[in-house]
Design a protein around this ligand. Structure first.
Ligand code: C2E
Ligand code: CA
Ligand code: CA
Length: 282
């Protein structure tokens, strides 16, 4: 009887609620993309040497009619499981290019970082799609960073590297996202066609709290710089971490210390305020 009991799972209303929401989202996501119910928010990247904003990362949100603002951690996995990620990434790329043109028109000539899923690397027409979109939007490929996680590149290394090389040949930059969050293969890192490494928040957040975290961060930054990558620290939330990252020779930071990701107009206001106050200059 006890083994039978083990095989029974008990009904819990909260599971059901979650599943209902999940099922609804799967069926609605495609429609949301087609109806432009997604929105890009932008978070700035600050160069620690010049103290200037050098780039923006585009982060997608879903304006859902019943659930309000839905965050990507909830719907990107759904999009990946259902194959909608192809459509979604293409929506993000087009929208990020449009936004990039608007920023440049406003006088803000920043780079634009776009998150790409591992699954997108398997699409045979991804490179052609990007090439055509760059051309028709009139975007300088040298202003575009494509962010991919390490695990994304490791799931199918040979194919991934080949696609990344073709992307690089278009002139766009490749960035390795969430570095240090999973299994990091140092031997493999060297061979990746990438220009930038983003060190995961989990490695950065604690550097002022204990000596071990500080040592790990220092070694990671030194190694990545030694291999010729630009190093971005993610998730910088306070000035203590900011100051320490300057001492550790980190190139660029991103995080709530500057601002949370903001919608287009709010980000423009944020930039204007901070430029006037010269807040990150000294
Ligand atoms: P990510 O690419 O690592 O993006 C950074 C995430 O950390 C963002 O969450 C950002 O809001 C958050 N963040 C930034 N600074 C801080 C900080 O100082 N402290 C803390 N606690 N968090 C910070 P968000 O926007 O919810 O995105 C979550 C993840 O969803 C992203 O992680 C990325 O993996 C994925 N994602 C977002 N937009 C896209 C997209 O357009 N396409 C794809 N494929 N994935 C996306
Ligand atoms: Ca990212
Ligand atoms: Ca990241």
């Amino acid at each position: 009887l006890s083994s039978l009991e083990n095989a029974i799972s008990f009904y819990r209303p909260e599971y059901d609620q979650y599943n209902t929401r999940r099922l609804m989202m799967v069926s609605e996501l495609k429609h949301a993309i087609e109806k432009d119910n997604l929105e890009l928010f932008f978070q700035p990247k600050l160069d620690l040497k010049t103290r200037e904003i050098v780039g923006l990362e585009a982060l997608v949100r879903w304006n859902h009619e019943r659930y309000g603002l839905v965050f990507p951690d909830e719907f990107i996995p759904l999009a990946e499981e259902t194959g909608i990620i192809k459509l979604l990434t293409r929506w993000v790329i087009r929208s990020a290019f449009l936004a990039q043109k608007k920023f440049i028109h406003q006088g803000y000539d920043y780079t634009m970082s776009i998150n790409i899923s591992a699954l997108n690397l398997k699409e045979s027409d991804l490179v052609v799609f990007l090439k055509e979109e760059l051309y028709s939007a009139g975007i300088d490929p040298n202003k575009i960073y494509l962010e991919l996680t390490e695990t994304a590149m490791m799931t199918n290394p040979l194919n991934a590297i080949e696609v990344l090389e073709r992307l690089q040949r278009l002139g766009v930059f490749i960035s390795i996202d969430d570095f240090g969050a999973g299994y990091s293969s140092l031997a493999y890192l060297k061979s990746l066609p990438a220009s930038e490494i983003k060190i995961d928040r989990s490695l950065i957040a604690g550097i002022c709290d204990d000596i071990n975290s500080d040592m790990v961060a220092r070694a990671t930054i030194d190694m990545c710089r030694g291999l010729g990558f630009k190093v971005v620290a993610e998730g910088v939330e306070n000035t203590a971490v900011f100051d320490r990252l300057i001492e550790l020779n980190c190139d660029i930071i991103q995080g709530y210390l500057l601002t949370r990701p903001l919608p287009y107009l709010e980000l423009i206001s944020w930039i204007e305020e901070n430029l006037n106050e010269k807040r990150f200059v000294s």
